[in-house]
Design a protein around this ligand. Structure first.
Ligand SMILES: Cc1cc2nc3c(=O)[nH]c(=O)nc-3n(C[C@H](O)[C@H](O)[C@H](O)COP(=O)(O)O)c2cc1C
Length: 381
């Protein structure tokens, strides 16, 4: 199958993934919280960004290499941390880490991924960012950080937008319980997805392997998307700052004043995100918040962005609004669930081709130059 013809966009991969993943797991991947309004706002905010094409510039030779936090990546994008990644396709963490190594992109491993830092160690190379939900027990927290470091992860991502659980109504209706239990309903849904079921039968039922060491019948990792953890506060951050040698990123920031506070506390980068719309349905779209956060932080402080990005053009839109680097969550799983490692490669291929084409249409060479092509609209200020 020529994927360029059959699946030329990320939404094409999404449609295929939906047909291959059981309903309960699909609902876990695809949903936000509440009415999914925050997801919609993220999407609309990107759609509303207009960029100016250029004429008589000749054909440019785009260069997508981007330096962030002292490292140069081949493209300005990477993999956002996604909990229980292996639920969507067994082995997805390793598949994506290997893709990131082959393409020199950063790979974010969630604290509550199915694979542990040790599972990733042989595959992660120099590409590892470790996303932390801090365990409540400080000894466990220290141990987890030491394990991540020993496994080769160099950048710590502290998710700051989960002070408590959200309701995730679609996920509940989908039938996924906490802890996950194979009910007759889930079993029937799985039977309808034989490729997935076979893959799971080979790999084993996914669990949060990275936290297994700290859990017991009395303290299970209760929520598939939210293991027991302390909500980060400035005091906890200071402790983590001392514990972690290397860059620390604050993930899940939307409010400009909070971005400034986090920068002043010592974070090395701010990650603008509404957590894929999964935490607070009243939140602005990520791209609504982005220009305000950029303005508050000034032009030079590193800003990472995610939220509803489904094309190279979307990434250029986000960069035009002030992002330095773009991460994607769900689209990588669409690729892997659709076509395994080939699907991950196809995601990067689509993004590369689309971003390159966009740069050529605007007569520019590097992604940051897109800031000069922002077409003024009511939503771009
Ligand atoms: C199924 C799922 C699980 C997620 N788990 C985590 C997580 O464990 N830690 C975290 O910081 N963010 C998590 N996120 C949020 C992503 O890192 C990212 O912010 C979001 O997916 C970006 O939006 P996109 O999926 O539209 O690209 C999760 C998102 C999804 C869809």
């Amino acid at each position: 199958m020529d994927l360029d013809l059959s699946h030329p966009t990320l939404p094409d991969l999404r449609a295929r993934a939906r047909r291959r993943i059981p309903h309960f797991a699909w609902e876990y991947l695809d949903s936000g919280t509440g009415e999914d309004s925050a997801i919609r706002r993220s999407r609309e905010a990107l759609d509303n960004v207009v960029l100016a094409p250029a004429v008589l510039k000749g054909r440019t030779e785009p260069d997508l290499t981007t330096t962030l936090l002292g490292r140069t990546y081949d493209r300005p994008w990477g993999v956002s941390p996604v909990g229980m990644t292996g639920l969507f396709w067994p082995g997805a963490e390793v598949t994506l880490a290997q893709h990131c190594v082959s393409q020199n992109l950063p790979f974010g491993l969630s604290t509550v991924a199915a694979a542990s830092v040790e599972d990733l160690a042989p595959h992660i190379g120099e590409q590892g960012w470790f996303q932390l939900y801090p365990p409540r027990d400080m000894d466990h927290c220290k141990d987890l950080l030491a394990r991540a470091k020993a496994a080769g992860f160099h950048t710590l991502v502290l998710t700051v937008d989960v002070p408590g659980p959200s309701r995730r109504e679609r996920q509940r209706r989908g039938g996924l319980t906490t802890p996950p239990a194979i009910t007759p309903r889930l079993f029937m849904q799985s039977v309808l997805r034989p490729h997935w079921s076979l893959a799971v039968a080979r790999a084993g039922v996914p669990s949060v392997r990275g936290l297994a060491k700290y859990t017991s019948p009395h303290t299970p990792a209760r929520h598939v998307g939210l293991a027991p953890h302390a909500a980060p506060d400035p005091e906890l951050f200071k402790v983590l700052r001392d514990l972690w040698e290397g860059p620390i990123v604050a993930k899940g920031v939307l409010v400009p004043e909070e971005a400034v506070m986090l920068r002043d506390l010592g974070f090395d980068a701010i990650w603008v995100s509404n957590h894929g719309g999964r935490q607070f349905d009243g939140a602005p779209g990520s791209a609504d918040a982005l220009p305000r956060v950029r303005k508050a932080l000034g032009p030079d402080f590193p800003v990472i962005f995610d939220g509803a990005v489904t094309s190279g053009l979307d990434m250029l839109r986000a960069i035009a609004l002030g992002a330095d680097f773009i991460m994607l969550g769900r689209p990588w799983l669409w690729g892997v669930a659709s076509f395994g490692a080939k699907g991950a490669a196809h995601v990067s291929h689509i993004l590369t081709e689309d971003m390159t084409s966009g740069l050529i249409q605007m007569g520019i060479t590097t992604p940051p130059e897109v800031r000069s092509r922002l077409w003024p609209t009511s939503s771009s200020g």
